[in-house]
Design a protein around this ligand. Structure first.
Ligand SMILES: [Zn+2]
Length: 970
């Protein structure tokens, strides 16, 4: 073994990256395990049209660590990368880049031009992602990456779609959907969930609807005044009491309002008189006058009447519901039940329509019309009160536009009808942390709703539905390219299935003509189809698919519980009645040190490159993976100081330990010959360390098997600390004492094996440093693999608890004894006569001598007792005092040796000069100890001095140390 250069994270990591690449270490790790049992991992495909950010370092570290661990266990772990390429986020970016917005401008530009721009943009940051993966040490199989734009991928998505259709679970519905007017498409309920914002200020308006037959008003409450022109009905709760109340206005005229009795509190402080109390059902059928006159509105018997509805809330508002069927889920359902007209006063771009005679606000964006509408109604005297209030409101999670509910034809997966199956198959999933199973995920399944899967957009997998021109109930759902080719008119080019090409493919069957519907598929449907589509299943790779499904393991953030985890589960349950994954690890979220979200503008976190350049990727990975909140779906606070501590206390300490071993091994020309755990050890420290390492192997392995990464990684940190601050510190002199060669050999073997094993245990968490040290430690061993990542995970050996317990007692006694010394004000270098030890267990003489050395006492008296304790004899004789001074002198000489640039193994001639008779007495009494400890061949007092001379002060007395290296001496 040779000395090792001082550890520098950045240098080590960059060198290791080149080494891995030059020596194909990743590829060899795959090759080496290819016949092993498959360990299936699904990569959640990121979008490559955006840069990776700080938060990605956590999920990248988690994914990589499990993959490395299983590979070291001999499992075949495919690390296939994938890219999410479709959908609104891509379109949104391209619209911005092209300076266009909305459907009209896209159609004017041409769908082909638009989609080509989308295709060109999807891999904008692919290289940045790949570089990020490399730099953080995440191994991915870049060459075999899949992309959701691949024709083969889309073909599998079509197949999935057709399977769901065959099971009768796809239908078209005219529903009021959460809708983004900027993106002009409905969103699924789980997408809506991603975009709620708190504390949004909106109007809170009480509106008076005058009854046709009397001078009375229904009082309704709304937070969406823009929807008032679309009002076509009012609704009341049939079994609730409503009251007619008389109010006096400022001019003294009396006005009668009708509202729910329980909502009377909402009338402002004016005095009012309750005239009458009626049930809601008694109001049903009463007609009222519309607030606005709408041009070209067909007369209809159901228009502008009061209807009964159980969903009317009595908890807020007035108990009188303003019904605008185009803009509300319940509203539309009520309208469909009673044939009430659906009045679309807002166009698909979110603007008030221009052909309805709403001149004062036509063309305005819906939210922008609120104020004008309130003004106009106030002039008409139709407003009881208008205020603003704060509430939670949904925005488009892609483009940040306020959403509205909008009645539109949409294709759905009837998820609500298969809730039982979803819950049944979810029983086979193990969650980390466990509570998400019945909590966030379980609750979400319980309330599962039908999934809107069509998007009125351009850049996505086209919905494979062709509709008969004559009869829109007659549809063909295509399941393969081959099938489409057979049915299509002519010989269309099907190499690119995107719009607009696919729109031109016409099917003729039995004399009927079918055209494709315009919509594309929700990109979440594509992500949820990745287990099949990444393998182009069922068109090829049947065996690989069977081996890899369901995944043994997936991991993403908590937000994916209702996104990717959910869609994977829905699709796999429908197709195969089983979950898509067996184990899911939900990572937490990195917050800034102050607990706030990471924010570019607040600059409350360091740039990744800065962390890589200073503390290094290993420290970052280990810091994140050993944080319990980060690896169990909670919030962790990113603290740069804690990261620095990991760098110093783990990696620098490990480096110092490797460096210690290497330095003495080089001096002694000692070379390791085996990677086996040493046997027949005699020294209790060696026996203890091997047991301690064995114990850590067991803990770390068990925790990794349970995906408990913090519990798996932290014990390695503690082991490194104990190895350095207990084992090496206690064993230091064994490496240079040449009196007992067997003991020294055991010390080498023990420390070497322990460090090698620690590197292996660290490999999943800190892939660079672990490999760097491993390679250094094993370079003399011919049979050792070229990388720690090609080595086999250390075997779990049951540890000898008694050995560990005994050392625990020893360390406890030592700590107590040192505390007693500190209390008595006696420094550790001052020897004492004896310590009386009470121990709960029998301590061997070897262990007793460790205590005696640590406490620096001449003798140890041991008593057996129920409680462990230490009693020190603090009487200091002159002989002991001299020894204490000699220890001080030795420490100063050692420092002088270092300052003179001597190597630890160099022998010296030594001269000590002092006037102090106390020091002279101490030196004379302890001459032998001093010479041995500082490797002095000669020791003279007050004689001629050497080149290197240094003065110091001991016990208030002046001492001059002078030394020179003895040439040729051993
Ligand atoms: Zn949007």
């Amino acid at each position: 073994m040779k000395k090792i250069a001082p550890y520098n994270a950045k240098q080590v990591e960059e060198n290791m990256l080149s080494y891995w690449q030059d020596n194909c270490i990743f590829e060899r790790s795959l090759e080496q395990t290819k016949d092993g049992q498959t360990y299936s991992f699904y990569h959640g495909p990121p979008l490559a049209n955006r840069l990776p950010h700080f938060g990605h370092s956590l999920v990248a570290s988690i994914k990589d660590s499990i993959g490395r661990f299983q590979t070291m266990r001999g499992r075949s772990v495919e690390r296939r990368n994938g890219w999410d390429c479709h959908g609104l986020p891509v379109e949104f970016e391209v619209e911005k880049k092209l300076g266009i917005s909305g459907k009209k401008q896209i159609t004017e530009l041409g769908i082909d031009v638009f989609n080509t721009a989308c295709r060109d943009s999807v891999f904008t940051y692919k290289k940045d992602w790949e570089d990020f993966f490399d730099r953080i040490g995440r191994w991915t199989d870049k060459k075999n990456a899949y992309a959701t734009i691949d024709t083969s991928y889309t073909e599998s998505v079509w197949w999935v779609f057709s399977q769901i259709y065959k099971k009768g679970l796809i239908y078209k519905g005219y529903k009021s959907m959460p809708y983004c007017p900027r993106c002009t498409t409905p969103l699924s309920n789980f997408e809506v969930n991603e975009g709620y914002k708190d504390n949004v200020t909106d109007p809170s308006v009480y509106v008076k609807f005058k009854l046709s037959q009397s001078n009375e008003y229904m009082l309704a409450w709304t937070t969406t005044p823009w929807s008032l022109p679309g009002n076509t009905a009012l609704a009341v709760k049939p079994d609730e009491y409503y009251v007619r109340v008389a109010l006096k206005d400022d001019e003294g005229s009396i006005e009668t309002l009708i509202l729910a009795e329980k909502r009377l509190e909402n009338l402002s402080a004016e005095t009012f008189e309750v005239l009458e109390r009626v049930l809601g059902k008694d109001l049903v059928g009463v007609e009222y006058e519309p607030l606005f006159s709408i041009d070209n509105l067909e007369q209809n018997d159901s228009l502008y009447k009061i209807w009964p509805a159980e969903f009317v809330s009595i908890e807020d508002g007035t108990g009188v519901l303003h019904v605008a069927p185009a803009f509300g889920e319940d509203d539309l359902a009520l309208a469909q039940e009673h044939s009430i007209p659906v009045l679309h006063t807002v166009d698909s771009g979110g603007k008030i329509k221009t052909d309805l005679g709403l001149v004062a606000f036509e063309g305005k964006f819906f939210k922008g019309a609120d104020k004008l509408i309130i003004e106009q109604l106030t002039q008409k005297g139709a407003i009881y009160s208008a205020e603003t209030f704060e509430h939670t409101y949904p925005f488009c999670y892609r483009c940040d536009t306020p959403l509205l509910y909008y009645a539109i034809d949409t294709w759905f997966v009837a998820v609500s009808t298969i809730k039982d199956q979803l819950q049944a198959s979810a029983k086979d999933i193990t969650w980390t942390p466990d509570h998400i199973n019945t909590g966030r995920f379980g609750k979400w399944l319980e309330g599962a709703r039908d999934w809107a899967i069509s998007r009125n957009r351009y850049w996505g997998a086209p919905v494979p539905i062709w509709v008969n021109d004559e009869d829109d109930t007659d549809i063909i759902v295509i399941e393969s390219i081959e099938q489409l080719r057979e049915l299509a008119e002519g010989t269309p080019d099907l190499s690119d299935l995107h719009r607009p090409f696919i729109d031109n493919v016409v099917i003729k069957r039995d004399g009927k003509t079918y055209h494709r519907i315009e919509e594309v598929i929700d990109c979440w449907f594509e992500s949820g189809s990745m287990p099949y589509a990444q393998k182009h299943f069922p068109f090829e790779n049947e065996k690989q698919f069977a081996d890899s499904f369901p995944a043994d393991y997936i991991s993403e953030g908590l937000d994916q519980t209702r996104l990717w985890f959910y869609v994977l589960h829905v699709i796999s349950t429908i197709l195969f009645e089983k979950p898509a994954y067996k184990q899911v690890l939900v990572n937490g979220m990195i917050m800034a040190a102050d607990g706030r979200k990471l924010s570019k503008s607040l600059k409350n976190y360091p740039p990744l490159d800065d962390v890589f350049a200073n503390e290094g990727a290993d420290s970052l990975r280990f810091y994140l993976l050993s944080s319990t909140p980060a690896v169990s779906a909670d919030h962790m606070r990113f603290d740069r100081d804690a990261l620095k501590d990991v760098n110093r206390n783990l990696f620098m300490t490990l480096s110092n330990s490797v460096s210690f071993l290497s330095m003495y091994a080089e001096i002694d020309n000692w070379k390791p010959t085996s990677l086996e755990r040493p046997v027949n050890l005699k020294n209790p420290l060696d026996i203890w360390l091997c047991e301690r390492v064995g114990q850590t192997i067991a803990t770390t392995t068990e925790a990794l098997n349970k995906f408990e990464l913090a519990k798996a990684s932290w014990p390695v940190y503690e082991l490194v600390d104990e190895l350095s601050n207990w084992y090496i510190r206690r064993s230091r002199r064994r490496y240079w004492k040449s009196e007992d060669d067997n003991d020294k050999l055991d010390a080498y073997r023990t420390l070497h094996w322990s460090l090698v094993t620690i590197c292996q245990l660290l490999a999943p968490f800190a892939p660079f440093a672990s490999d760097y040290f491993y390679q250094h430690l094993t370079e003399d061993i011919q049979t050792a693999p070229d990388s720690v990542h090609l080595s086999l995970w250390p075997e779990v050996i049951l540890s000898n608890e008694a050995v560990l317990d005994a050392m625990q007692v020893v360390r406890q006694l030592v700590n107590d004894g040192l505390a007693a010394r500190a209390r008595a004000g006696i420094k550790v270098r001052q020897p004492l006569t004896k310590a009386t030890i009470s121990s709960t267990i029998a301590l061997s003489t070897d262990l007793q001598s460790i205590i005696s050395e640590e406490l620096n006492t001449k003798k140890i008296v041991v008593k057996k007792a129920e409680v462990a304790s230490v009693l020190l004899d603090t009487k200091i004789t002159q002989v002991l005092k001299n020894e204490g001074m000699a220890r001080d002198i030795i420490r100063n000489i050692q420092q002088a040796r270092k300052d003179a640039g001597l190597d630890v193994e160099n022998y010296i001639d030594l001269v000590l000069v002092t006037d102090s008779s106390a020091l002279i007495n101490a030196i004379e009494q302890c001459e032998k100890i001093i010479k041995t400890e500082v490797l002095a061949t000669t020791l003279n007092l007050n004689s001629e001095q050497f080149d290197y001379t240094k003065s110091t002060s001991i016990e208030n007395a002046e001492l001059t140390i002078s030394l020179q290296k003895v040439n040729g001496a051993e």
